[in-house]
Design a protein around this ligand. Structure first.
Ligand SMILES: Cc1cc2nc3c(=O)[nH]c(=O)nc-3n(C[C@H](O)[C@H](O)[C@H](O)COP(=O)(O)OP(=O)(O)OC[C@H]3O[C@@H](n4cnc5c(N)ncnc54)[C@H](O)[C@@H]3O)c2cc1C
Length: 337
């Protein structure tokens, strides 16, 4: 029903071998390094070792689509062809970074590829594509329902040759991470504009800019997701030069739409991989435990649970693949002019 290209199949085979040789055998070592690190948000030596190997194997920046092929060594993979690769990487939560394919950096790199000036690309995109630095995307705010991005309130005002930012953000992935250097920040520069979609602007804020404070790490479902983490931030009269604007004043909503489309699809693909791995582990467990004279896998209710999980994961996978096919057909490509 769904057939992947030769190129995708080739990368799938390569990636499966890499996962078997370098990722699964290092799961315990990664956890050990994370739990013994002095700072939970510091860079782990194992990550650098594995990144070097992944790059040498040609498993690098696979998220780049054909429309942005000039930024990739592999000529680009459609979201559909990338889907099974993201699923495989998602089987180990930290492994996408090994291939420079982790959120939020993939979405941020796409923003730089599609909307940044050549100077912004040279400064930020080049080291991001090389995996030397990391980035954050700061949109969500505690005081407003942020799934409707027109609610965003952080103020972006012009003052001479600078933008001045005041406001608060939270759940900003990667903000605490030691190697994160740049934040893409969305705020309102023209709150009275009659069009709700022209009120927003996005600007680049280096992490060490005075007035930008990392207030606290947040948890989701009890996890801090270290070493990337999700932070609450305060912008208190943060000043950046006018040339730090992305695409242009009033075009922030347009950028958010262009970024979150593929970004959200990538999240779904990776999470399907995590779910599939969990199911496989559950299957191993129920075959190895015995209660009341039978393995758990021989109890009917356990078999029903496993079967339901299998069909729910398969339904999600097929829905995401269908969405990828549709996205590939109409994905917009705005460019900086
Ligand atoms: C792990 C994690 C990482 C994140 N990383 C980032 C990041 O890096 N950068 C960033 O800016 N944000 C990040 N976020 C924030 C995320 O994007 C927001 O949580 C999301 O956009 C929803 O916004 P909100 O939390 O304000 O919820 P709200 O907008 O307040 O939504 C509240 C509830 O209303 C529901 N809802 C909203 N609209 C509708 C609708 N039309 N119909 C029916 N129900 C609806 C929602 O499903 C939700 O249950 C992250 C969140 C998490 C959990």
């Amino acid at each position: 029903m769904f057939e992947f290209s030769e190129k995708s199949l080739r990368y799938q085979a390569l990636l499966n071998v890499f996962m078997e040789q370098h990722i699964y055998p290092n799961e315990e070592a990664y956890t050990e390094q994370l739990h013994t690190a002095e700072n939970r948000y510091s860079y782990l030596p194992l990550m650098d070792e594995l990144k070097t190997k992944a790059r040498a194997a040609g498993l690098w920046n696979l998220f780049i689509p054909p429309s942005l092929a000039e930024f990739s060594d592999h000529g680009g993979l459609s979201n559909f062809d990338y889907a099974p690769l993201a699923e495989t990487m998602g089987r180990v939560l930290w492994s996408p970074e090994v291939f420079n394919c982790n959120a939020p950096d993939t979405g941020n790199m796409e923003v730089f590829m599609k909307y940044a000036t050549p100077a912004q690309q040279a400064q930020w995109l080049t080291p991001l594509l090389a995996g030397d630095i990391r980035s954050s995307y700061a949109m969500t705010e505690p005081q407003v329902a942020s799934s409707d991005a027109t609610n965003i309130e952080l103020r972006i005002e012009r003052d001479g040759d600078e933008w001045v930012l005041n406001g608060r953000k939270w759940f900003i992935t990667g903000a605490l991470y030691e190697r994160t250097r740049i934040f893409i920040v969305m705020g309102k520069s023209d709150p009275d504009n009659p069009s709700r979609h022209l009120q927003q602007t996005q600007v680049l804020v280096p992490k060490d800019t005075p007035g930008l404070r990392l207030l606290r790490p947040l948890t989701t479902l009890g996890y801090d997701d270290a070493p990337l983490g999700h932070a609450e931030l305060v912008f208190d009269n943060v000043r950046v030069p006018l040339e730090n604007v992305l695409l242009g004043e009033g075009r922030g909503f347009e950028i958010a739409q262009g970024r979150l489309g593929p970004g959200r699809i990538h999240h779904c693909m990776r999470l399907i991989g995590a779910a599939q791995r969990s199911l496989e582990l559950a299957c191993q467990r129920v075959a190895s435990r015995t209660t009341f004279g039978r393995t758990l896998s021989q109890h009917q209710s356990v078999r029903e649970d496993i079967a339901r999980c299998f069909s729910e994961i398969e339904m999600a996978r097929l829905l995401v693949l269908k969405t990828c096919k549709k996205w590939t057909r109409w994905a917009p490509r705005a460019r900086w002019t």
